[in-house]
Structure formats: C-alpha cells, structure tokens
Design a protein around this ligand. Structure first.
Ligand SMILES: CC(C)(COP(=O)(O)OP(=O)(O)OC[C@H]1O[C@@H](n2cnc3c(N)ncnc32)[C@H](O)[C@@H]1OP(=O)(O)O)[C@@H](O)C(=O)NCCC(=O)NCCS
Length: 167
C-alpha cells in the first residue's frame, strides 16, 4: 500500500515525487566561472535553488519561498564548457513545507563522462496570494528509496527546527 503523509485528511489529493520531479540542464559559460575556469559556487547554488523551487511549485501548484538550505558540499568542480544537470525531487512534505533533494552532475561533452558534483536538501514553504503559508498536497511514496528518504527527512527537519529555535 502507498504511504501518505499526515495531512491526508486535510488535503486528500496526494501526488508522487515522480510527478513533480524536475531535470534542468545548464551550459557552463565564461560568465559562470572563476579565474580557474571552474563554475562559481554562487551560480551553482542559484541553479540548485531554482530547480528545487520548480519541483516544490509543481507539487503544490503554489509560489514557494526557500526557508532552509542544508549544507552544500562541493565534491567536484564543473568546468567551463561542461553541462550541469540538476535533478530535483521531493523527499518530504509537512503541512505547508516541502523538502526537495537536488543532485547536480557535470557532464564533459568531449568525453561523455558524468560526475556527481553536489547534493543539497532544501526546504520550501508554499505561499498563498497574500504570501502566507498554505497547505500542500500529501506525498504518495511509491518506492523503497522514497520511503527511506521520507524517514531520513523527518530527522533532518527536527535538526533544522532545533537550529531555528537556537536562533
Ligand atoms: C516563508 C515564510 C513566509 C514562512 O513564515 P513562518 O512564520 O516561518 O511560517 P511558519 O512558522 O508557519 O512555518 C511554515 C512552515 O515552514 C517550516 N519552517 C519554517 N522555518 C523553517 C526552517 N528554518 N527549516 C525547516 N522548516 C521551516 C515550518 O516548520 C512550517 O512547516 P509545516 O507547515 O510543514 O509544519 C517566512 O519564513 C519567510 O518569509 N521567510 C523568508 C523566505 C525568503 O525570503 N526566502 C528567500 C527567497 S525565496
């Protein structure tokens, strides 16, 4: 049986993560790079935020605001002339907030090699027309990996809220 999140009664129309997932591809141009020809961290963070926001908006059919970005590791540089592919997929939803996992890969067009460069978990809040948090549809988990991600997301959320309380 499918797993559904706790707000099912309030908002019975659930959606699977695959329905809202986003794939976005960018070409690393000279203006995106530092003096070594590597993709600027800030530009990558912007793309990660955009890809995540598109997935969260697709799930909620609302405008969304970013409220938290977990630590972002730079595992491998993307170089000028390479493609950066970003995959964004919902991992968790609460009442008005959603966690999205964004994974970034660099593809070398000359060799065809694809390398995982970054991974981030971002939390978005769905907003109504007055800019107030508004309920989102539950998440229908279809795969074992989605169920595992959802459980792990609950622990990440608890940590984030602890951090927020500490100010
Ligand atoms: C988004 C915003 C309107 C929400 O207002 P708020 O007073 O925090 O609202 P709430 O306390 O009701 O929280 C709304 C949801 O966000 C979650 N949330 C808020 N801060 C969070 C954080 N730091 N980490 C994780 N979740 C968070 C809450 O737990 C709640 O989730 P739930 O409804 O699923 O249970 C407000 O925080 C805001 O305007 N933030 C700035 C957003 C911004 O400028 N982003 C950058 C540009 S998009």
């Amino acid at each position: 049986m499918n797993n559904i999140s706790k707000d099912y009664k309030e908002n019975p129309v659930g959606k699977s993560p695959s329905l809202s997932q986003v794939e976005m591809t960018e070409l690393v141009l000279p203006n995106d790079t530092n003096l070594l020809g590597n993709l600027l961290g800030g530009r990558l963070m912007h793309w990660i935020d955009i890809a995540g926001a598109m997935a969260a908006s697709r799930h909620s059919n609302r405008i969304v605001a970013t409220v938290a970005l977990d630590s972002l590791d730079f595992r491998h540089p993307a170089r000028m002339g390479e493609l950066v592919m970003l995959k964004a997929k919902l991992t968790w939803v609460g009442k008005t907030s959603m966690e999205v996992k964004v994974t970034a890969y660099a593809e070398n067009l000359k060799t065809g090699s694809v390398i995982l460069t970054n991974q981030a978990y971002i939390t978005f809040v769905a907003l109504d027309s007055e800019g107030k948090p508004t309920p989102v549809p539950p998440l229908i988990l279809e795969t074992e990996e989605e169920k595992r991600e959802f459980e792990e997301a609950e622990a990440r959320r608890a940590e984030r809220l602890k951090r927020k309380e500490k100010g």
